[in-house]
Design a protein around this ligand. Structure first.
Ligand SMILES: [Zn+2]
Length: 133
């Protein structure tokens, strides 16, 4: 269920998320502060940045939405980072955990542990998730 996330593919995925926020970070308005990347079974990586608004969207939604829009349905690994250089690894928020439980329960999510990183199944990030029929 949980193991270190320090393989080359993981580092490449983290770098993709960092690149997404580096290219779009909004220092003035703080409208884009988080980047996310999802690796799909096809081998393709999709990225997103958050959209800040009253009911804005987390970067994880944008990345997974881009993947789904492109026809992807099998998700391998997801990661999120925060900051101008994507320097902070970020665990998905509660709303994202619910979304991942519904759309990508078997996807591994790279999360910070305090002393490093771990790889956790999305379904395990939200025990007793609300079940959409
Ligand atoms: Zn979120």
């Amino acid at each position: 269920m949980s193991q270190p996330a320090d393989t080359d593919p993981d580092r490449a995925l983290i770098e993709a998320a960092r690149d997404a926020i580096r290219r779009n970070y909004d220092a003035e308005g703080e409208r884009h502060t988080v980047g996310a990347a999802v690796l799909c079974a096809s081998g393709r990586i999709y990225v997103g940045v958050n959209l800040y608004s009253i009911h804005g969207s987390c970067a994880e939604f944008i990345a997974l939405g881009a993947a789904i829009t492109a026809g992807e349905r099998e998700f391998v690994t997801l990661v999120s980072v925060r900051g101008a250089d994507g320097e902070e690894l970020l665990a998905p928020c509660g709303n994202c955990r619910q979304m991942l439980a519904g759309y990508a329960p078997d996807c591994d999510v790279i999360v910070p542990t305090g002393s490093g990183t771990a790889r956790v199944k999305a379904a395990d990030l939200l025990p007793y998730a609300y079940q959409v029929e």
